[in-house]
Design a protein around this ligand. Sequence first.
Ligand SMILES: Cc1ncc(COP(=O)(O)O)c(C=O)c1O
Length: 379
Amino acid sequence: MLETKLTVPFYGHVRQYHNIQSEIDTNMKRVLESGQYVLGPMLTRFEQELAYFHGTKYAIGVGNGTDALWLTFQALGIGPGDECITTTNTFFATAEAIWFTGATVVFVDSDARTNCIDPASIEAAITPRTKLLVPVHLYGQCADMKSIRKIADKHKLRVVEDNAQAICGRGDGFKIGELSDAATISFIIQKNLGTFGDGGAIVTNDQEVDRIVRKLRNHGSEKRSCHSMGYNSRLDDLHAAVLSAKLKHIAEWSEQRRTWAARYSKGLAGGKNITLPFEAPGFYHVYHLYVIETKQAKHRDSLLQFLNNAGIDAKCHYPIAIHQQDGYPWGHQARIAGSIPNSERNAACCVSLPMFPELTAEEVDYTIEKVLAWDGSAR
Ligand SMILES: Cc1ncc(COP(=O)(O)O)c(C=O)c1O
């Protein structure tokens, strides 16, 4: 009998577009016909929808998730001499945005099971120069914000949630944006709420953060022809049109991601050479990525290759931790506080299986079958 071979893509952008094409097209046409494409009414509408969705007072659309981070850091007055604590097992932009301000990045370890920042490691890394904590809601699961808030209160620190990956996620009794100074979002196409290109936003309850970021994103201007130093980083109205249409579906898409995650976890439960993602009790993980780890680092590339050869577009997020990349720290200030074995293990062993709402059960089951086939032969 011939073996069936599917190809399983990593992203479902076009499938998603086809599913809600009329909603997106209607919104985009509205912008095109309005003649207002930058800082226009569609952006205002989307900012209101985004703030309402998060239950925050303000939402500000910017050019991308990296700008969302560093414009917020600027608004909080972070600069040279300040220390900002985060993790190395994240996308480069988290640290890069801190470095843009001239501040020092202090890397601490992540939690062994969630891979988000470990609160106990934060406490140990605090010095009189520490100003800011930047937890990353990695792979779609919120960091332990209740513990982080306690530490921030005790040491009078600011907190910015890098929420590029977990829109619609929740913690055990807290929402994103509730326990911090601000949360930043990325809308690059591959994110859970993605536009057809780049985009980002900040949600906050802090009126000053809102005012300063709005000013910074628009050439330091609050009033026509009156400027101070700023940047050009606005979310275009065409992107806002796409995002406004998609935001209406984010809850249903998050549920669908969780359904696929549960199917993966059930199907892969017997794997002897892999560790499955851990959802902290009471948390609502939105599985931006479904990341398994090989128990041995030497197995990671073999699993990835095996899946790719079987037509499954598995990937790694993020295979080289920031402090292990060539050139680190690129002339900037950085410090690793203590040892960071969990972050290093996560980077060395991670494999992301295809995960998007528009997957089919056949694609998920085929991926499970191939992971188990590799698992049975791994030495
Ligand atoms: C954790 C994290 N932080 C920041 C960013 C930066 O976002 P962007 O690519 O929109 O600049 C991303 C995604 O790309 C990310 O995954």
